[in-house]
Design a protein around this ligand. Structure first.
Ligand SMILES: [Zn+2]
Ligand SMILES: [Zn+2]
Length: 136
């Protein structure tokens, strides 16, 4: 592994943040100020192809990078925030149904996160709250 690969691998496996390439870039830059964003992308792709990290693609947000350890994700449909979750492992079932054709699966479950739900509540109730205040 190159020094960049090592550093990127460490950052991603130690973080629960699901970092974007830009975030990885700004972290690696603190240690190696001369690193370029292209180098970060190259190393992320290399690590991903080697199966040492995994890339998570969510529609409408930049790709994020994660530990390779098997786990699933719930994704907020509004803000794109991603949380780790552990569902029952489906590998056995898929292998028995698909035989040798099964490679892997990547499960994402969509929801509206508590923060976004809270925001929506306020947006809906705000006019009536304002009206009530004026009544007093
Ligand atoms: Zn959200
Ligand atoms: Zn994750």
């Amino acid at each position: 592994m190159t020094k960049y690969e090592k550093e990127i691998y460490r950052l991603i496996t130690e973080s629960a943040e699901h970092m974007t390439a830009e975030q990885v870039f700004s972290e690696v830059k603190k240690i190696y100020p001369s690193v370029s964003l292209a180098t970060i992308y190259n190393n992320l792709n290399k690590l991903n192809e080697a199966g040492m990290i995994r890339k998570i693609t969510v529609e409408g947000s930049p790709d994020r990078y994660d530990r390779a350890v098997k786990h699933d994700h719930i994704v907020c449909r509004r803000c794109g925030k991603l949380l780790d979750v552990q569902f029952r492992d489906l590998t056995d079932m898929l292998e028995s149904q698909m035989g040798g054709n099964f490679l892997f699966y990547d499960l994402k479950v969509y929801y509206i996160c508590p923060e976004c739900r809270e925001k929506e509540k306020h947006r809906i109730y705000m006019p009536s709250t304002a009206a009530r205040r004026q009544d007093r």
